[in-house]
Design a protein around this ligand. Sequence first.
Ligand SMILES: [Zn+2]
Length: 146
Amino acid sequence: MTRTTSNVGGCLHDQGMWCPYDHAAAQGIRVVYQSQPERGRWYPRPRIIALSYNLPPTLERCVLAHELGHAHHGHGCDTDAAEREANQWAAGHLLTAEQVAAAARAYPDHPGRWAVDLSVTPKLLLTWLRTPGNYDHADRLYREAA
Ligand SMILES: [Zn+2]
C-alpha cells in the first residue's frame, strides 16, 4: 500500500480510509463550526457536532471522530468513562491494524512519524495501540510482511 502524507482537507477517500465527515452525514448529524472553548461538542437533541474554528486538519478529523463516538454511545455528559469510550470508538474507526502496520513498515525507526502518516493525533494512535488486541494484530501483520 502506498500512501502519501498530503492529506490536508480531512477526507482521505483515495486512501481507502474511514471518513468521519461521511459518517456524520450518513447518521444525519450536522457538523458546524463555531467559536467555543472546547475543540468539539456534541449536542444530542439537535444532533449537531460543533467544532472549534481553525483546528489543524488532522486534529479536526480526530475531534470529529471523538464527538461521533459520544453520539454513537448516546453520551450526554463528559465523564472520564465517556471520554475514554469516545476516544476508543474514534481510534477504532480512524485506524486499522493494516494501516498501522503499513506506517510501521514505512518508518520502522521513527514511530513518531506514524501518527503523521496515519493522519491522527499521537494521543489517538496511543489509544488505539493500548486497546487490547490491536498492537498484537498490527505487530503480526508487520512481521508477516517483513
Ligand atoms: Zn469528549
